[in-house]
Design a protein around this ligand. Structure first.
Ligand code: CO
Length: 141
């Protein structure tokens, strides 16, 4: 297990449109990608590029969205997770499980917003931070 590049910071929001205005008009972000739905994960997502990383805006999609719980505690939204790249998602998962960390969904990777497999490591084992690990996208991905 070797932590790689910070790929993005996930930010939950009740409104992607409002958050886009904030990042664009207050903070001067110029590269804001088109929002898209990930129905199987119950989220709508929008990536905002910053020079060395991305912000992933996450809005709940549907009544069963896992983001509703987060927004119930933090109605204005807030920092939700950080995502690091790893070269091999299954090797990373197996090592974390062997070390006693809790990987969500039983450690079953799923395809994340970047089209590569991701896992989430429970914050109780990660100093209170929800950690997403994603397999490093191949060149041209
Ligand atoms: Co993410």
């Amino acid at each position: 297990m070797k932590i790689g590049r910070l790929n993005h910071v996930g930010v939950a929001t009740p409104s992607i449109e409002d958050s886009i205005k904030l990042y664009r008009d207050f903070l001067g972000a110029t590269k804001i990608h088109e929002p898209f739905d990930l129905p199987e994960q119950g989220v709508r997502v929008c990536f905002v590029d910053v020079p060395n990383s991305q912000i992933e805006l996450i809005e709940p999609l549907g009544a069963d969205s896992p983001v509703h719980g987060f927004l119930a505690k933090s109605p204005k939204g807030g920092q939700h997770h950080v995502c690091f790249e790893v070269p091999d998602i299954l090797a990373a998962r197996d090592e974390l499980l062997a070390k006693g960390a809790t990987v969500l969904r039983g450690g079953e990777p799923r395809i994340g917003a970047h089209g590569v497999p991701v896992i989430f490591v429970h914050p109780k084992d990660m100093g209170g931070v929800l950690i997403e690990l994603m397999e490093t996208p191949k060149a041209g991905h």
